[in-house]
Design a protein around this ligand. Structure first.
Ligand SMILES: Cc1cc2nc3c(=O)[nH]c(=O)nc-3n(C[C@H](O)[C@H](O)[C@H](O)COP(=O)(O)O)c2cc1C
Length: 213
């Protein structure tokens, strides 16, 4: 089993990254192979809006993109993975532009035929919600502001998963990120570890149900 982590903070050693690492540690402890993508360290360009990736070549698992950057290789590994953890800080009440750029480029995993104008695209490779995803958001606003800080980020990161047929599981918001005590942060790291372990257990349960039927 392969679990990929996607991290949207510009600080690769920041709180968001540390929480994602804990989630991936939890997944590894459950028996998965894991890999963390610090998105800021990759060449991921802005979508140009040409639509080639979701309007052409339906026979491909990943639609063709004229931009020659790291995204094609990331999407190939994405396609092979069984589950994901996405983590982003809140910037201006939303995911960071680093994460958003990545989310937009994932439209290449979907296809919309000319007959489907006005509809949402379909997954190029339907996985029937066997793949799973969980989310982590950090913000300086305290936990009680999750509804206006964390939730818009969870919705942004979750949006494509409905199209990709990936089931979303846990949402962990960690507030007061810039002033949280070491003790409290350790408690949140433990929650992130559990999130990673649960992700693996849920994916295993689906695989076991599939093999029993
Ligand atoms: C440009 C910018 C905008 C931010 N906007 C918000 C915000 O809208 N709400 C919030 O709670 N925190 C906001 N923050 C604080 C970050 O979310 C916080 O520093 C981050 O989650 C810490 O994670 P890191 O250590 O990975 O950077 C902002 C920080 C920056 C630099």
């Amino acid at each position: 089993m392969l679990i990929l982590g996607f991290m949207g903070s510009p600080s690769v050693k920041g709180k968001c990254s540390r929480l994602l690492q804990k989630a991936l540690d939890g997944a590894r402890a459950g028996g998965a192979a894991v890999k963390q993508y610090d998105l800021v360290s990759f060449d991921i360009r802005h979508c140009k809006g040409c639509g080639a990736c979701f309007k052409t070549r339906p026979e491909l698992a990943i639609g063709p993109c004229p931009l020659k950057d790291d995204m094609a290789a990331i999407l190939e590994e994405y396609d092979r993975a069984d589950g994901y953890v996405y983590a982003s800080p809140v910037y201006d009440g939303y995911v960071t532009s680093i994460m958003k750029k990545f989310l937009e480029r994932k439209i290449a995993l979907t296809y919309k035929s000319p007959e489907e104008q006005g509809k949402v695209p379909s997954p190029r490779r339907p996985v029937g919600f066997r793949k799973k995803v969980s989310y982590i958001v950090t913000g300086d606003a305290a936990d009680e502001y999750q509804e206006i800080m964390g939730d818009p980020c969870f919705v942004a990161m979750d949006w494509h998963h409905m199209l990709e047929q990936v089931e979303s599981l846990d949402r962990l918001y960690v507030g007061s990120a810039e002033c949280i005590s070491a003790e409290e942060f350790a408690r949140r790291e433990a929650l992130a570890f559990e999130l990673g372990g649960r992700l693996v257990e849920e994916i295993k349960a689906v695989a076991e149900a599939d093999s029993a039927s």
